[in-house]
Design a binder for this molecule. Structure first.
Ligand code: TYM
Length: 332
């Protein structure tokens, strides 16, 4: 079976619909056909300041949500990044074959460091994409399901795999991005030209999976829509309405064309009302299952420990061969 790897940051109290529709939904689908490794990337979550107790709690909530949306511990290996020390070990080696200029061109780093200011941006934020490459390459992943915003980071992972292989001999599988176009960029409800984002959207622009459905319904009702009154799908001229249609279609399983036909002659208010119902029906059972996992933290931690053990067996094998290729002294 081909292998997939992907990761998600535990930097918020809940995943939002962008995370779910752009990435996590595909994680669940791919576990049927692939050997699947998924990771709560807590090492990445400390690059821009954090609270220790909150981080630990958010890592648990992240894992609980992933199980709740359908990751099956029998079929997927889900683990927390800090429990597999091979990740930062490989990252060091990859950092030594990454150009300073190359890393400086990462647009996420440029955006975030501009926001925080150069003096206050950490070196960890700068080397973030190198650790991400290590995550992926350790598992010899063939495919990496992510949203559009990760495309450049995946390009770097591919470049580093190819460079390492060319310099030291074949070691890593070159990973391909798995980006499903329709839902690769879910946009902010208040600013439908920007992506829905944990770090930069206002609360009103985000639908969180774990949020009170009544609050989400309110946010949908006050979503920014476009001029005109017709419900059509056109991301250029009607980004707001198109985003609502995209979310509806992905959650209800009905095609965009079918929805557009069903809403012919009706107004934006009708679409919003129905979407609020679709979202509510979708999140309720997920919230319940998430709670069930969180009610038994010992069991949850056990699942994650066993995930880390399985992950480590693979990661250690890859790291050993990379260390040998690089010329490090023999393992003890
Ligand atoms: P993170 O935690 O920001 O987001 C997790 C996943 O959600 C996707 N995503 C979106 N997709 C569509 N529309 C949106 N508005 C939206 N917002 C977020 C992201 O593309 C991502 O797939 N660097 C990664 C975490 C990471 C990783 C990895 C991913 C660390 N190591 C190895 C893949 C492989 C990140 O910050 O994702």
């Amino acid at each position: 079976r081909p292998r997939v790897f992907s990761g998600i940051q535990p930097t918020a109290d809940s995943f939002h619909l962008g995370n779910y529709l752009g990435a996590v939904r595909h994680w669940v689908a791919l576990q049927e056909t692939h050997d699947a490794f998924y990771c709560v990337v807590d090492l990445h979550a400390i690059t821009a300041g954090h609270d220790p107790a909150l981080l630990r709690q958010r890592s648990r909530v992240a894992a609980a949500q992933l199980f709740a949306v359908g990751l099956d511990p029998e079929r997927s290996t889900l683990f927390v990044q800090s429990q597999v020390p091979e990740h930062p070990q490989l990252a060091w080696v990859l950092g030594c074959i990454t150009g300073f200029g190359e890393a400086s061109r990462m647009t996420q780093f440029k955006d975030k460091s501009q926001k925080h200011g150069n003096e206050r941006s950490s070196v960890g934020l700068f080397t973030y994409p190198i650790l991400q490459a290590a995550d992926i390459l350790l598992y010899q992943a063939n495919a990496v399901p992510v949203g559009e915003d990760q495309r450049q980071h995946l390009e770097l992972s591919r470049d580093l795999a190819q460079r390492f292989n060319a310099t030291f001999g074949p070691t890593f599988t070159v990973p391909a991005p798995h980006i499903v176009k329709d839902t690769a960029k879910i946009t902010d409800l208040q600013d439908p030209t920007a992506k829905m984002s944990k770090s930069s959207s206002s609360p009103a622009g985000i639908i969180d999976l774990l949020d009170d459905p009544a609050r989400s319904a309110k946010k949908i009702r006050s979503a920014v829509t476009d001029t005109g009154r017709e419900i059509v799908f056109d991301t250029e001229t009607k980004p707001g309405v198109s985003n609502l249609l995209t979310i509806h279609s992905a959650l209800s399983g009905r095609g965009i064309d079918e929805l557009v036909a069903a809403f012919a002659g009706r107004g934006y208010g009708d679409l919003k009302k129905e979407l609020a119902e679709v979202v509510t029906d979708f999140v309720r059972p997920i919230q319940e299952r998430t709670r069930t996992y969180l009610d038994d933290p010992a069991q949850l931690d056990k699942l994650l420990a066993s995930g880390a053990e399985k992950a480590r067996a693979v990661a250690a094998t890859t790291l050993r061969s990379a260390y040998e290729r690089v010329g490090f002294f023999a393992p003890v």
